[in-house]
Structure formats: structure tokens, C-alpha cells
Write a protein that binds this ligand. Structure first.
Ligand code: FE2
Length: 423
């Protein structure tokens, strides 16, 4: 048999022009092997999509799976700040076990997959001396690889130099197999140590040939300027496309003269950016009176200047954010609002920030996309276009991972009657 599965009459829409075409998609051995207006062959498993939208799957480019589903343990975050969240997590993480992390993370991954997320970059806190979270997530990466691709960042939550062991733990995490090396320069004890930490991250990435994803300037302090250090290191090493600056919320507080100069450096550096609009609209601005800042990086301007930006959920029901379902459409919806990206093309760009742009950041473009030869991982949406997908935020009708239908959701139906007579 030529195909294992054929999707009939699916609608593909190009991002830029919004041109659409109806196609049949042939899938064999987990790969897309044909895309044609009319596939003549048939197979035992076929689905008529009846013009439903076919999209590449969502990419979660920034989440902390080690802390998901712990909100309120051992206490709730009363101030709502990043720093109280770090304190609460440092208490909670004394009790983590491999089973605890794997159970919560797997629950989350299933919820994500049902919502069309098939590629996930998670951070694992490696400031904890047993490296339990890392070990758990590395084991899980292997156990789920047949239906979701997991990438693990070694993230020194408490800082690389805040404790004499932390630098060693970060390197050990790379030896154990973390996919990327992280940092948190704005949480190091001094500006100098923050600069040193960024340089150390680049050294380790070179030594172990890993990607870089740094929590950078996640604070409203307009003097927090580690993004320029990341850009300078990326320019020096010429590896910008392997480097990601996450959060960079202070960029939203920089004065325009400095921001304008910095944007030119960023264009030279060609690094990736990840904004986390759901989380940072709640974490930031907490020390402001009025007006309160939005606490989000300059997403719109980065996009307008041709830099690669993706959106992440960051946290789901944990010490930093007690809400959330993991939905990337919720993330994009919030991004549309707080980044002032409500124009038609801007909304479409926000959809790309939870799909293609995330794939670029994760360096998975060789297998990502609805194209012949790529992994047969895609989603089918009931909405007519990307704009409505974000506006309505329904779960995908079908989620297909590596050629298998792993989730289907039947849309809710509402009956309406002005007579009130339901019999
Ligand atoms: Fe984060």
C-alpha cells in the first residue's frame, strides 16, 4: 500500500498572502509523502477534512515542566512577583523526586499534545544538587519521543555564581545530555557576575556543542542590560541562530534612544527571542504604582526588524503562574493584546510565533512543516483561518503526530432558543 493514511480535502493557507488551496495529504511511515489536489490512490484509513484548516503543529518554545501543576505547594505566591516565585520553588524543590516530576510533566505533555503542541522546549532547574528535575526530564524525553519531541535546557534557576556548586552542576547537566545551556544573568549577585555568567554559558555551549537559551533581563529594571552582552557574544562567536534570549522584559522599559541602538546590534547578532506574554503581564509591573508597565519585550518592533520571535507559555499552575491550560492559542491571544498586534497581518504573525518561529528557535526545521518529506506531524482546525484560530481558541479537531492520529476533539455545540421550550 502506498499510504498508511490519507487526509482528503484539507485546506492549506500560506502565511504571507493568505492564499488557500484544497489538497489531499498522503502519509507513509510517519512522513508526508504526497500533497496533491487529488490523490488517485486510496488506503484503508482516510479522513475527509471537508475544507478544514491544516496547520503545522504548535511549538511550545519555553515552559518549565519541572514545576508545572504545583501551584499552592507549599504556599501561594501572594506578591505575584518572580522573586517570591523563586523562593516558593526553592522550598518545593526540596521535596521533588523523579517520580513526582515525571508524573506532573507527563500529565502536562498529554494536555499539550491534545491541544496540538508536538514540539516542546522545557527548562530544567539545575540549581538543585541532585539534578532530579533534569534526570526526570531527560528520561521523559526518551519515553515520549514517539509522539512528542522534547528539548531540555539546563537552567541554573538560582544563578551560576550564587552558590559554589552551581557552575559545576550546570556543566554536569550538559554531560548528562541536556540539549541547551541556560543562564539567568539578572539574578546573579552583581552586574559583573551577570556578565561573567553569560560568557560562561557561551563557553559551555561551545565545549559541548549545545544550543543556548538564557533567561535574560526578566525584570522591570531599565538598567538590566544583559541582552547587549548576549548580542555581543553572539556577534563574536557568529552563532546567533543557535542562541535565544528569553523574556527580555527590561527591553520594554529601556529608553528609546538606547533601544534604537540596541536593535541594530540585535540585527547583527541574529539571535532568537522568546516572549511569554501570559506570565510576564502578571509577574511584571508589580512594583509600579500607576501607570503600570506591561512587562513584555518589544515583540512588535523585533518582528518588524526581521528578528525571529516566538511565544512561550512559560508556567502552568506553578509558583509563578497559578492559571493556564498549556494552550498556545491562549498565549498567542494574550500576545496579540499586550504587544498591540491586532492588525490582520500582526495577528497572523502571532500565529507564526507559536508555530514556525518556534520551530526555527528549536532548530527542528528539517522535520517541521506541512511539506513532502517532513514528519507527518500536523493539526486540523475547524476555524477558517489563523486569525479565527486565535480569536476563537478551540482545540484542534485532529492532532496527527508522526503519522498517527493521537487526539481528536469534538467541538461543543450550543442550542439556542428564544422560546425557552426545550421539549
Ligand atoms: Fe522561564
Amino acid at each position: 500500500m502506498t499510504y498508511d493514511l490519507i487526509l482528503r480535502r484539507g485546506r492549506l493557507i500560506t502565511f504571507d498572502t493568505e492564499d488557500s488551496q484544497l489538497v489531499d495529504i498522503g502519509i507513509k511511515d510517519g512522513l508526508i509523502t504526497a500533497i496533491s489536489p487529488n490523490l488517485r490512490e486510496s488506503t484503508h484509513q482516510e479522513i475527509d477534512l471537508a475544507s478544514k484548516l491544516v496547520s503545522p503543529p504548535f511549538v511550545e518554545s519555553h515552559i518549565h515542566l519541572d514545576s508545572v501543576l504545583t501551584a499552592g505547594e507549599p504556599r501561594w505566591n501572594q506578591s505575584g512577583t518572580l522573586f517570591e516565585g523563586i523562593q516558593i520553588w526553592s522550598d518545593r524543590k526540596r521535596e521533588i523526586t523523579i517520580e513526582d516530576v515525571k508524573k506532573r510533566a507527563l500529565t502536562m505533555l498529554k494536555e499539550q499534545a491534545a491541544q496540538g503542541i508536538l514540539f516542546v522546549r522545557t527548562h530544567a532547574d539545575v540549581s538543585e544538587p541532585q539534578l532530579i528535575a533534569l534526570q526526570a526530564l531527560l528520561e521523559l524525553r526518551d519515553e515520549v519521543k514517539d509522539w512528542i519531541t522534547l528539548q531540555v535546557v539546563a537552567f541554573p534557576q538560582d544563578g551560576i555564581y550564587s552558590n559554589s556548586q552551581n557552575e559545576m552542576l550546570l556543566e554536569k547537566a550538559l554531560e548528562m545530555g541536556a540539549d541547551a545551556v541556560g543562564g539567568i544573568p539578572h539574578y546573579e549577585l552583581t552586574r559583573d557576575l551577570g556578565v561573567l555568567s553569560v560568557k560562561r554559558v557561551f563557553e559551555l555551549a561551545a565545549k559541548y556543542n549545545r544550543l543556548i537559551d538564557i533567561h535574560c533581563d526578566e525584570i522591570d529594571d531599565e538598567q538590566s542590560r544583559f541582552l547587549e552582552v548576549v548580542a555581543a557574544e553572539a556577534i563574536r562567536t557568529k552563532i546567533g541562530n543557535r542562541v535565544t534570549a528569553s523574556h527580555t522584559t527590561a527591553f520594554g522599559s529601556y529608553n528609546n534612544a538606547y533601544a534604537y541602538k540596541l536593535m541594530g546590534f540585535l540585527q547583527r547578532a541574529q539571535i532568537n527571542f522568546i516572549a511569554n506574554p501570559l506570565i510576564n503581564i502578571t509577574l511584571q509591573g508589580r512594583t509600579d504604582s500607576y501607570p503600570k508597565r506591561r512587562g513584555v519585550t518589544r515583540v512588535k518592533e523585533l518582528w518588524q526588524n526581521g528578528l525571529n520571535v516566538s511565544f512561550g507559555h512559560d508556567c502552568v499552575q506553578d509558583p509563578w503562574y497559578s492559571l493556564g491550560t498549556g494552550s498556545m492559542l491562549d498565549v498567542a491571544h494574550m500576545g496579540v493584546h499586550i504587544c498591540h498586534m491586532t492588525g490582520r497581518q500582526e495577528v497572523n504573525a502571532c500565529y507564526q510565533m507559536v508555530t514556525n518561529n518556534g520551530a526555527k528557535t528549536l532548530h527542528i526545521e528539517d522535520k517541521y512543516g506541512v511539506e513532502i518529506g517532513k514528519s507527518a506531524s500536523l493539526i486540523v482546525l475547524d476555524e477558517r483561518d489563523y486569525y479565527d484560530a486565535i480569536r476563537i481558541r478551540n482545540q484542534p479537531r485532529y492532532v496527527i503526530s508522526q503519522g498517527k492520529i493521537i487526539a481528536s476533539t469534538i467541538p461543543a455545540t450550543t442550542n439556542f432558543s428564544l422560546t425557552g421550550n426545550w421539549i
